[in-house]
Design a protein around this ligand. Structure first.
Ligand SMILES: C[S@@+](CC[C@H](N)C(=O)[O-])C[C@H]1O[C@@H](n2cnc3c(N)ncnc32)[C@H](O)[C@@H]1O
Length: 321
């Protein structure tokens, strides 16, 4: 039975942002603090919901649990500013990354912010590709990541399956698809959640949820100590997919052994602890976030290798933190 504490578990926008959500500073008026006028929405977005070092640690751990090596080729679908892909090529000297996104402006911002921080060698290993994730083939990746729920934009089962099939074709045999998802009873409510971050407040606003279609309309707003706001800095018109639907569709697309990594809970506060472990039973809490990891079979049809067999028998994944 769920305890009161687990019912209080809170969702931030991203699994990787759970550590960030515990950073608290009082929102006070002070000279030199951010205002809506002086702020950049992409920078605030990254500060609020992305943490590439945690994402990379998770992807490497999930890969190592199944295969006895580290992954080198990352394909980041919906890469946006390419924050995670750039961190990937910086992380190991042999790492390569493909960042795919439709939005030229967002990628241009990312190239200016993260691309310019790369060495000449790292630049050669980072490919920025403007394109639709469904129709932009690349070298098959060890890990294909679709994070911050970006694939929720596919609102029908057929649309989701089409994307998962495309993802399947862009992953090596013996590679992984890493996604995230959120849910919990609060996600079906028209509410706004806020988190105080370093000099600004992040607001996750669920404007609409339609229980008949599963469609959800969310916005991210930012509020500043001087009272100014960046309203609707980002808007997401999504389908709120359940973990069961996602896992079923992954299998339909050809993936095997989809596994859910559920976040642990800090007993004292009832909040997520930022550590994701492989679980088959989750808590029916108000808000949760989770990773889903699915395997592309080593060759052709489903094949359980010695390594993946022993990995499957291993207890829940260790934390990379
Ligand atoms: C929620 S943001 C994700 C940014 C980043 N990956 C993250 O983890 O926060 C979604 C991104 O998906 C891009 N996008 C939407 N539809 C797409 C498509 N069909 N193909 C490629 N990119 C797409 C948008 O331009 C946007 O940058």
């Amino acid at each position: 039975m769920a305890t009161t504490q687990t019912l209080k578990k809170k969702r931030s926008q991203s699994p990787s942002a759970t550590a960030t959500k515990r950073k608290k500073k009082p929102a006070a008026k002070a000279k030199g603090w951010r205002t809506a006028r002086t702020s950049d929405r992409h920078e605030l977005y990254e500060l609020s919901v992305q943490e590439p070092s945690a994402e990379i640690a998770f992807m490497e751990r999930a890969f190592r649990e199944r295969y006895s090596r580290v992954p080198t080729v990352l394909r980041e679908d919906f890469c946006g500013t390419g924050f995670a892909s750039c961190a990937w090529v910086q992380h190991r000297p042999n790492n390569r990354a493909y960042g795919i996104d439709l939005c030229t402006k967002t990628m241009a911002w990312g190239k200016g912010r993260h691309g310019t921080a790369l060495t000449t060698d790292e630049c050669k290993r980072m490919q920025w590709i403007k394109g639709d994730v469904r129709s932009t083939p690349t070298e098959p990746a060890d890990v294909l990541a679709a994070l911050n729920f970006s694939y929720f934009l596919f609102k029908t089962r057929a649309g989701l399956l089409e994307y998962f099939r495309a993802a399947f074709s862009n992953i090596k045999h013996g590679g992984l698809f890493v996604l995230d998802a959120y849910g919990g009873y609060e996600s079906f409510s028209v509410i706004t959640e806020s988190r105080n971050l370093d000099g600004f407040t992040y607001l996750w606003d669920t404007e609409k949820y339609n229980p008949i279609t599963g469609e959800v309309l969310n916005h991210i707003h930012f509020r500043f100590p001087d009272g100014s706001e960046l309203r609707k800095a980002f808007t997401y018109d999504w389908r709120l997919w359940t973990l069961a639907e996602i896992q079923e569709t992954l299998i339909e697309a050809g993936f095997v052994r989809p596994a859910v990594y559920w976040e642990g809970t800090v007993k004292k506060t009832g909040e997520g602890d930022g550590v994701f472990r492989r679980k088959t039973v989750g808590e029916a809490c108000g808000g949760w976030i989770a990773y889903i990891v699915a395997e592309k079979p080593v060759s052709g049809k489903q094949k359980v290798t010695a390594t993946s067999k022993s990995a499957a028998k291993r207890p829940a994944g260790r934390s990379a933190r």
